[in-house]
Write a protein that binds this ligand. Structure first.
Ligand SMILES: Nc1ncnc2c1ncn2[C@@H]1O[C@H](COP(=O)(O)OP(=O)(O)O)[C@@H](O)[C@H]1O
Ligand SMILES: [Mg+2]
Length: 315
């Protein structure tokens, strides 16, 4: 309509010699050019409703009371063995998912937890990170009950690589620094090399500063998982919890990933929740979650070797 209007009045003015032909053409082009700017505004207005709804949800999350509270007088965190004692937890307290569950993981020990979908494996991980509090029993690290320490202190000592850990929009560097904001480049490369992603990143023109996400470089599923693994390895935490770290990977990639994970986490306490068949040496013990409790699956290392390894570590 704007274009037609300019034509209508312009041609009329041209006929009456009030307007020159070049000026009329200029007006028409200016009119067309303005559409480019206007269309962005029109599109933005169309998205306004969706953006407002998203903002409402974010606001609701940001202002919701925290389900987990820091203690009024927190005790200092002392690292040590991970110990769950007779833990009970149910999302519906009348139907506990975990019921009388006990687990003792010595420092530097790697324990795998297997079990069918819905058995409560992720719930167990959430209790170890104190994203939820047990409804019965205790979760301890060393001699410290998790509810007596500040969450911030706890999460410096326990890190999680979750089932759906994302690669965030940003750079490789910004994705890694989430785990340890003060890490220097050497530490970032070490984490990437440990996760067997160093060579891939070195081959990118912008290296650590390569943009990730919608507009940036895209990684394969396996590489994205390795970036998340590198992020977890970079964390200073002595206890690492992996919840289905290989979901979505094919068999061969999964095996390689688990072998690299085992190598890269030497000396740290690991809780590895997985459906995958474990390569030998990945775990010191394997437990199956059944009816809310852990039952031994098998040890991939003889008990004597485990205690020998533990005594070398304590010396
Ligand atoms: N946030 C939640 N609210 C209610 N029920 C949940 C929630 N998370 C998990 N559950 C239920 O708890 C049970 C255990 O879930 P989960 O710990 O995720 O099992 P797994 O990781 O072994 O597949 C399932 O029955 C699941 O439906
Ligand atoms: Mg799960």
């Amino acid at each position: 309509m704007a274009l037609l209007g300019v034509l209508w009045f312009g041609l009329d003015a041209l006929a009456r010699d009030e307007l020159g032909a070049p000026l009329l053409v200029g007006l028409l082009l200016a009119c067309l050019g303005s559409f480019e700017a206007l269309s962005v505004i029109v599109r933005s207005v169309a998205k306004l409703g969706a953006a407002a709804a998203a903002a409402d949800r974010l606001l609701a999350l940001a202002t919701a009371p925290a389900s987990i509270q820091d203690p009024a007088v927190p005790v200092a965190f002392k690292p040590g063995r991970l110990f769950l004692e007779n833990v009970r937890f149910g999302h519906d307290p009348d139907h506990p998912v975990l019921d009388g569950l006990s687990l003792d993981v010595p420092v530097g020990h790697r324990v795998a937890i297997v079990g069918p979908s819905g058995a409560g494996k992720s719930t167990l991980a959430e209790l170890v990170l104190r994203l939820r509090d047990p409804q019965g029993g205790r979760v301890l690290i060393g001699a410290t009950d998790l509810h007596t320490v500040r969450q911030e202190d706890l999460h410096r000592h326990v890190a999680l690589l979750g089932q759906s850990a994302p690669v965030f929009i940003g750079t490789i560097r910004s994705n890694l620094l989430i785990a340890r904001p003060d890490a220097d480049d050497a530490a970032l490369w070490q984490a990437l090399d440990d996760a067997q992603l160093g060579d891939v990143v070195r081959s990118l023109p912008d290296g650590l500063d390569t943009a990730m996400g919608e507009a940036g470089h895209s990684l394969s599923t396996g590489q994205a998982r390795r970036l998340c693994l590198a992020r977890t390895l970079l964390s200073p935490a002595g206890i690492l919890v992996f919840d289905e770290p290989t979901s979505g990977l094919d068999r061969a990639t999964e095996r390689a990933f688990l072998a690299d994970l085992a190598r890269a986490t030497q000396g740290r306490t690991v809780l590895l929740i997985t459906h995958a068949e474990l390569p030998d040496g990945t775990a010191d013990a394997i437990w199956r979650l059944r009816d809310g409790k852990l039952v031994p699956q098998r040890a991939s290392m003889p008990a004597t070797a485990v205690s020998a390894r533990l005594s070398t570590m304590s010396t």
